[in-house]
Design a protein around this ligand. Sequence first.
Ligand code: HEC
Ligand code: HEC
Ligand code: HEC
Ligand code: HEC
Ligand code: HEC
Length: 415
Amino acid sequence: MKKLHYITVFYCPSLEGERYRIVASPRISIQRVVAFSAILGLVLSLILSISGISSAKVTGQCSNCHTMHNSQGGSEMATYGGTSGENPCLTRGDCVGCHAYNRTGSLKVVDIGGSKIPQVWHNAGTDLAAGNFKYADGAGYGKGHNVIDFFGANSDSVLDGPPGPVKQFEHGELIVNDSNLTCAGDNGCHGHRFYGKPTLGSGIPALKGAHHGNVDGKCDTADSVANSYRFLLGVRGLENTTDKWQNINASSHNEYYGTTTPPALGCGGGEEKHCHGAGGVRPPNDSISGFCGTCHGNFHGLTGGSGEGTSDGIGIGGSTSSPFKRHPTDLLIKNNGEYAFGNRTYNPQAPVGRTSVPDSVIPGATANDVVTCLSCHAAHASNLPDMLKWDYDDMVAGGGSNTTGCFTCHTEKDT
Ligand code: HEC
Ligand code: HEC
Ligand code: HEC
Ligand code: HEC
Ligand code: HEC
């Protein structure tokens, strides 16, 4: 009888250089797996239809996005965005070929034969929620993430590795830096990162299956790339389905997931949490700030007490109580004083996260709001130094009534 070998991946923090142990188990027969999968599929489709989770799998003619031989009449077909050469999964461009299809064009969502593709570099008047990589071009390197896909290696003349990295073996500046930071995969943000051994590498192989399986709207499971928020493995959130990929106003925006206590990052066990989970590197707490913390660990976590992990990293301080040592994230905005939700409004320029992923967009401030990295920063790039969403120079204490930026939460520091 044919046997299926299923693979279990264990994370072994103690094994330096040998992070994953692959164990093949021949115990389950293929028939039982097929029967089980069929039942699981039925149950899942019922759950999906009941809870209204919408699927936004890519649509349109195959030829909008794929080429079978990269040849038509002898000419190349895989030329999207000015790229050339064959791509994995036979796509007509790589990530930037499709998502920076026409950099000088005025469309932030490009439509190819009815297939809509969100653009991360374009010349439209307004940007999608993550910003626009064009701002990080040339002298603007400090305004964004210098991904090699656009800028090549070593394009940030000031920063090399991510400021605030977790300091532990194999980490620090050596792992991810401006010479290898890329869209997806091992040294990227989207898809599987350092998954298995050998890993899936970078680019399309690290995302394979995500586009045709994309779950739109509420992404609360986040156990696959396809059902995670924006293909960020393990990140929960609500994707705006009214104005896709955009934060327009208080009633049309993405909802970010946040927690009330950030983890202490490290490898020491106990209270300390590491970022190597099912599917590869992922935030141990499923939050968007925790995601940023997978590279900028000490800007996110609580100061660790022991272990090889965080003893030389400071974090935001030892607890969730003021005074802090770095601006907190994944912290509940307390419901009193200037922070009381009655004093705040939802501001898409300084968006708060929520402690649970809502079914639909919440237009106002609530008692369950959380500070996130994205309350202040864009994810890709912004038109302002340090990738901020608003001009830090305009944040003047006692400078007159102001409800933007810092004052969205620090509502009494303006006057
Ligand atoms: C709007 C763009 C788009 C269209 C239209 C599209 N695809 Fe894809 N497809 C992709 C992208 C991007 C990938 C690679 C990344 C991924 O898998 O997430 C992919 C991957 C695949 C894969 C490998 C991964 C998987 O999900 O199985 C297959 C097979 C595939 N496409 C078949 C098709 C077929 C057949 C059609 C037409 C019926 C089609 N695609 C139409 C964008 C598209
Ligand atoms: C052949 C064109 C094509 C390629 C290549 C491609 N994409 Fe996409 N991508 C699309 C389309 C079309 C959508 C919109 C899907 C939808 O409507 O939900 C999309 C959506 C996305 C989204 C948003 C998902 C969401 O939650 O709405 C992300 C993130 C993304 N792609 C990342 C990538 C990365 C990273 C790569 C390279 C590894 C890549 N894409 C390669 C066509 C492409
Ligand atoms: C895969 C690793 C990685 C992740 C995840 C990551 N970053 Fe970074 N980040 C870097 C690296 C590397 C640099 C330094 C090189 C550069 O500027 O691109 C950097 C630089 C920055 C900078 C400074 C930009 C400059 O040039 O001055 C900011 C701000 C920033 N990141 C914010 C974030 C936020 C917010 C998130 C989460 C949405 C995040 N990062 C997630 C790797 C990462
Ligand atoms: C999304 C809401 C939000 C935004 C935007 C925000 N903060 Fe905060 N900030 C908080 C919260 C919540 C705390 C923690 C307060 C507490 O629990 O005592 C905090 C703490 C602080 C502290 C430390 C106070 C202490 O007791 O240790 C300073 C200083 C500060 N913020 C300054 C700023 C500045 C400057 C900006 C703009 C650059 C800003 N904040 C933007 C929510 C925000
Ligand atoms: C309250 C607003 C606010 C929040 C929340 C916030 N940042 Fe920042 N960030 C700033 C400001 C302002 C700067 C400019 C430098 C400074 O003031 O330390 C900055 C600078 C940075 C830099 C550049 C540091 C350098 O050396 O150039 C990085 C990287 C960064 N932030 C990452 C993050 C990450 C990751 C998170 C979430 C864990 C986060 N920030 C949360 C406001 C914020």
